[in-house]
Design a protein. Sequence first.
Length: 107
Amino acid sequence: MSERGMRMERDVWVLMQTVAPEEASVWLAVKTEALADPEFGQIYLAYDEAFGWSPDDPRLPALARRAAAWLSSRPPLPVADPGITALALSAAGVSSPAWDRMAALAR
């Protein structure tokens, strides 16, 4: 994972722990379990790499499909408070045009 990715990850977890410790605890357990899956690890690293890609990069649709397929094979994720999630992601600067495009593709 890139240094930028590690900083963003750390910042999001610190913010989540501060504003919603119970949700952060649940999400950390889910993330820890997911990281034990090699496929998730590969997708996770690919997302980190994609942060700086152009939103028109032809690799984005395939990565979005791969992530969606992995997620669909798992139990539903715990529902986080959308306001808290948006606050944490925004405050940590966790956004890029490529990631926004992948989110749109996933919808």
